[in-house]
Structure formats: C-alpha cells, structure tokens
Design a protein. Structure first.
Length: 95
C-alpha cells in the first residue's frame, strides 16, 4: 500500500471502493493524514502482512475486481531473513 496513492486515486472517482494492506502502520497513518488534509473519503486501510489476506476478518468474505501488489515488499522480508541467517550461521556452525 505504501502511502496510499492508489487509495487516494480511488477516492477521487465516484462509486469507487478500495482496500489497502500494509505491514507498516506508519504508511497507513500517512495515508489517513493526507485524506484529512485533502478532505478525501478514506478507503479501507488495514495493518497486516499481505500474506495473511485470506484470514483478515474485515475483508475475508469480500470479492474484488482487481488486486494490485507491490513487488518490492519482498525485498524487506528477504533482507530480514538474510540478516537473521548472517547472525545465526556462525553460531550454528560452531556446534
């Protein structure tokens, strides 16, 4: 979701509804602040890992016409995993 550009665009169109999911609450907070500043209707914004989308109560029974994803999302997870492996590998190899 990032700072919600797609959701902001949906708010500018009549009868358009959108849902954004981001793992970082700070981006959703920025999106909501922009909505307030620009007097735009807030779309649904959920703090969650998008891999858990099927279990998110607010939307699990909804149908969607279009789903967009942000591929760089994986980079953050990859870097976290790489850092964890780099930290623990020497410890594990000593045993």
């Amino acid at each position: 979701m990032g700072v919600g550009a797609t959701l902001l665009g949906a708010s500018l169109l009549p009868d358009r509804h959108a849902v954004g999911i981001d793992i970082e609450k700070k981006y959703i907070d920025i999106y909501k602040k922009v909505c307030q500043q620009e007097s735009l209707k807030e779309q649904k914004a959920i703090v969650e890992d998008s891999r858990n989308i099927l279990s998110v109560e607010e939307i699990k029974n909804q149908t969607f016409d279009l789903i967009l994803t942000d591929p760089p999302y994986f980079v953050k997870i990859y870097n976290q995993l790489k850092n964890t492996i780099t930290y623990y590998m020497p410890i594990l190899l000593k045993k």
